[in-house]
Design a protein. Structure first.
Length: 384
C-alpha cells in the first residue's frame, strides 16, 4: 500500500502536518506572550517596591514633621497655609484646622509683611531657600521672635508648587543673650566702681587725712590766733571732705541692682575675699536674715564685712578667719582671725567707718584682741 494508492490517507497526513505547523506557531506565540507577561510582572513588582519605598519614606518624613519641635508648615504658591504640624501649633497657638487655607499673613505683624512677601517673591523667581529672622504673631496677638527658613518646592518640571517653612523659637536664645550682655556690662561697671572706690579709699582719703594731720600740727605751732582759727576751719573742711568721700565710696560699693538674697551676698563676698586672704573664711549665718534685715541695713552690713575682711587680708597675717552673722532682736556680725592682733592702730579710717555705720543705725562696734592672738570685731545693730 502506497500513499498514491490511498489518496484519503495522503490528504489526512497533509492536514496533520498543517495542524502541527499551526500548533508550533501557537506555542511560539504563547511562549512570547508568557515572556512578556513575566516581564510585566517583574516590572509591576519593581514598581510596587518603588511605591512601597516612597510610601515608607513619605511616612517617615511625615513622622519627622509631626514629632519635630520646630514649627513646620507648607505655604501654597499663592501664600495660603496648606499643612501645619503640632510644633507650629505649639509655637503659634493656631490649631491646624483653624489656619489651613488661611493666608500666611495671619502670622505676620504689619511690619513683617513686606519683608516676608519679598522673600516669597524672590523664591518665586527661582530662589531655592531664604531666611527670615524677626517677630511673628501668635494666635493671641502676642509677638514671638523666630528664625524661619523658607524653601521653594518645585515639581519635576521645575514649576513652583509651594513653599515649606521651618520656624524656630528664638525667645530663649535672645533672653539668654540679653542676660549675658547685661551681666557682662554690669561686671564691667562693677569692676570699674570697685577700682575707683579702692583708689579713693587707699589714696585720696588717706592723703586728705594725712594733710589734715599735718595742718593740725601746724595749727599748734602758729602764734597768730586768726591764722590758727583759719587753719582749724580748713581742717574741719577736710574732715567733711573725708566723710563725703566715705559716702561716695559706700555708694560705689553698692551694686547698681542687687537681687540676690542677703545670705547669698554674704557667702559671695566671703568667697571673693578668699582670693586676697589665701584661704576661705568660715561662714556661719544664723536666723532669718533674709526676711528680717531691711535692704538699708543689709547694705551697711555688707560694707562692714567687706572692710573687715580687707583688713584681715592686709594687716592680720592670719591663716584662718571666721564670719558669723546672727539675726534675732539684734543683727550681729562677728569677724575673727588668728593673726598678729590689732594693737593700737596708727590710723583708722576703715574702723571709724564701721563704727559710724553702726552708730547711724543705733548700734555698737567693738574691736578686741583675742586671748590666743588674733583680732575679733563685733558689729551690732538693732532690728526693729
Ligand atoms: N584684722 C586685723 N589684724 C591686725 N591689724 C588690724 C586688723 N584690722 C585692722 N588692723 C589695724 O588697724 C588699722 C586701721 O584699720 P583701718 O581703719 O581699716 O585702716 P586701713 O585698713 O586703711 O589701714 C590698720 O592699719 C591695722 O594696723
Ligand atoms: Mg582698712
Amino acid at each position: 500500500m502506497t500513499r498514491a494508492n490511498h489518496p484519503r490517507l495522503a490528504e489526512l497526513l497533509a492536514a496533520l502536518a498543517r495542524r502541527e505547523a499551526e500548533l508550533e506557531s501557537d506555542r511560539r506565540t504563547i511562549a512570547a506572550l508568557q515572556a512578556q507577561l513575566e516581564e510585566t510582572d517583574r516590572g509591576l513588582a519593581a514598581l510596587y517596591a518603588d511605591l512601597e519605598q516612597a510610601r515608607r519614606s513619605e511616612a517617615r518624613l511625615a513622622a519627622i514633621v509631626r514629632s519635630s519641635d520646630d514649627a513646620m508648615f507648607a505655604i501654597g504658591p499663592e501664600g495660603r497655609v496648606e499643612t501645619w504640624n503640632p510644633g507650629a501649633e505649639r509655637l503659634f497657638g493656631h490649631a491646624a484646622a483653624e489656619i489651613v487655607n488661611r493666608p500666611v499673613d495671619v502670622l505676620l505683624p504689619a511690619e513683617a509683611r513686606g519683608r516676608f512677601g519679598a522673600l516669597l517673591d524672590r523664591l518665586r523667581r527661582g530662589g531655592r531657600a531664604g531666611h527670615f529672622d524677626g517677630r511673628l504673631r501668635r494666635r493671641d496677638g502676642s509677638p514671638v521672635d523666630v528664625a524661619v527658613t523658607v524653601s521653594a518646592m518645585r515639581g519635576p518640571d521645575g514649576a513652583l508648587t509651594g513653599f515649606s517653612a521651618v520656624a524656630r523659637d528664638l525667645t530663649e536664645r535672645l533672653r539668654m543673650e540679653a542676660e549675658l550682655a547685661a551681666a557682662r556690662a554690669e561686671r564691667e561697671v562693677l569692676a570699674d566702681r570697685e577700682r575707683i572706690a579702692r583708689d579713693l579709699h587707699d589714696m585720696v582719703v588717706q592723703r586728705v587725712f594725712a594733710a589734715g594731720l599735718a595742718l593740725q600740727a601746724t595749727a599748734g605751732m602758729v602764734r597768730d590766733p586768726r591764722v590758727a582759727a583759719r587753719l582749724h576751719d580748713v581742717i574741719a573742711e577736710l574732715d567733711a571732705t573725708i566723710r563725703e568721700l566715705r559716702v561716695a565710696i559706700f555708694d560705689l560699693h553698692t551694686a547698681p541692682r542687687e537681687t540676690a538674697s542677703l545670705r547669698a551676698r554674704i557667702l559671695r563676698l566671703a568667697a571673693d575675699a578668699a582670693d586676697h586672704l589665701g584661704y576661705a573664711p568660715d561662714v556661719t549665718v544664723d536666723g532669718p536674715i533674709d526676711s528680717t534685715v531691711p535692704e538699708r541695713v543689709a547694705a551697711h552690713l555688707l560694707a562692714v564685712l567687706r572692710e573687715a575682711l580687707a583688713n584681715v587680708a592686709r594687716h592680720a597675717a592670719a591663716t584662718a578667719a571666721s564670719v558669723t552673722v546672727t539675726a534675732g532682736e539684734t543683727l550681729t556680725l562677728e569677724v575673727a582671725d588668728n593673726g598678729r592682733g590689732i594693737g593700737r592702730p596708727a590710723r583708722s579710717s576703715g574702723l571709724t567707718n564701721m563704727r559710724e555705720r553702726a552708730e547711724a543705725l543705733g548700734g555698737s562696734f567693738t574691736v578686741t584682741g583675742r586671748p590666743g592672738g588674733g583680732t575679733r570685731l563685733e558689729w551690732r545693730v538693732p532690728l526693729s
